[in-house]
Design a protein around this ligand. Structure first.
Ligand code: ZN
Length: 319
């Protein structure tokens, strides 16, 4: 009986409704974009189907940026045309300009995500634009997406560190968050694109951004890479700071093709295990996620870095 009780999440033992944590699944885009494998459109669609079946309600499914810059994502229109469209599942697509928004609308995306990089050198390499130009492009993207009734979110990439310039001044990120919030997106996300952040820095930066944006503004969201094995600790710190929406990638696939050695998104199943045991409800089927990680490894033809898919969930009878 002790074992049986132990594997029941604390939230259920308390007899209270668990508070929700929302996971945005980024494997089909941020994950696959940086993986050495080239999945077919049909494999990408099946991945999205499996993620949706495991309970995901927000899936980053496509990128409508220049196909020349990101050839792996060139079939975004075809992926979007083939994915299931159950009620309650929102598909997001990256767009860096109004042409990208037009493609996202035509493809039936529910949400448009912009990206602005917090360091000048990385911005030039990733976006082929200065930070100021990217802010202006984001305003146009956000307004075009709002005009089409799409949900809008913007990611501040390299918010903690830059592969070329090193540490990023938190004051720059806070100012940037304020500028990006001006057109009224639903969310502003801080991304540790190269996986250098630690919990104290995460807590401090989210607190500063929340303070600057105030109440009634965009929700905050976090995007961590596990490059230096700090992503789960950073998520716990962000949860303590009130953040309730996190990006993660099944199996931990992905990185960023423009950031040297930025391997490994935080693995979805590792995040789900942790937050559920902390008493939150992620609304996801951990067993289905673990099974899908196995399927994904077969498609990619290489192992993935997540640990919960290897260890399994809470051990014991019927676990
Ligand atoms: Zn990422």
């Amino acid at each position: 009986m002790a074992l049986e009780a132990a594997k029941i999440p604390r939230s259920m033992l308390d007899g209270h409704m668990a508070e929700s944590i929302q996971i945005v699944e980024v494997a089909p885009r941020d994950g696959l974009q940086a993986d050495p494998a080239d999945l077919t459109t049909a494999q990408k669609i099946e991945l999205v189907e499996r993620l949706s079946a495991a309970g995901h309600t927000r899936i980053e499914a496509a990128s409508f940026v220049s196909p020349a810059a990101v050839p792996k994502m060139a079939d975004g229109d075809a992926v979007m045309a083939g994915v299931p469209r159950p009620d309650g599942v929102s598909y997001s697509a990256l767009a860096f300009n109004t042409r990208g928004v037009e493609r996202a609308v035509a493809a039936g995306a529910d949400e448009v995500t912009g990206v602005v990089v917090a360091s000048e050198t990385f911005s030039q390499k990733n976006q082929n634009a200065s930070i100021a130009e990217s802010v202006e492009r984001w305003r146009q993207v956000c307004e075009a997406a709002q005009a089409a009734d799409l949900r809008t979110s913007v990611i501040i990439a390299a918010a903690f560190g830059c592969p070329f310039e090193g540490r990023v001044d938190p004051g720059v990120v806070v100012d940037l968050a304020e500028q990006l919030a001006e057109p009224g997106p639903v969310e502003v996300a801080l991304a540790d694109t190269i996986g250098v952040a630690v919990p104290t820095g995460v807590a401090a930066l989210f607190a500063s951004v929340a303070d600057r944006l105030g109440t009634g503004g965009p929700q905050l969201r976090a995007h961590f890479h596990n490059t230096r094995n700090t992503a789960l600790a950073n998520i716990a710190a962000a949860i303590d700071g009130g953040v309730r929406t996190f990006d993660s990638s099944l199996g931990g696939v992905g990185g960023c093709p423009f950031a040297p050695r930025a391997t490994g998104n935080v693995p979805t199943e590792d995040v789900v295990y942790m937050v559920e045991e902390m008493g939150f409800d992620a609304g996801l089927d951990l067993d289905a996620l673990i099974a899908t990680t196995g399927w994904l490894e077969e498609q990619l033809q290489h192992p993935t870095p997540g640990l919960v898919a290897k260890a399994g969930g809470w051990p014991g009878a019927n676990a």
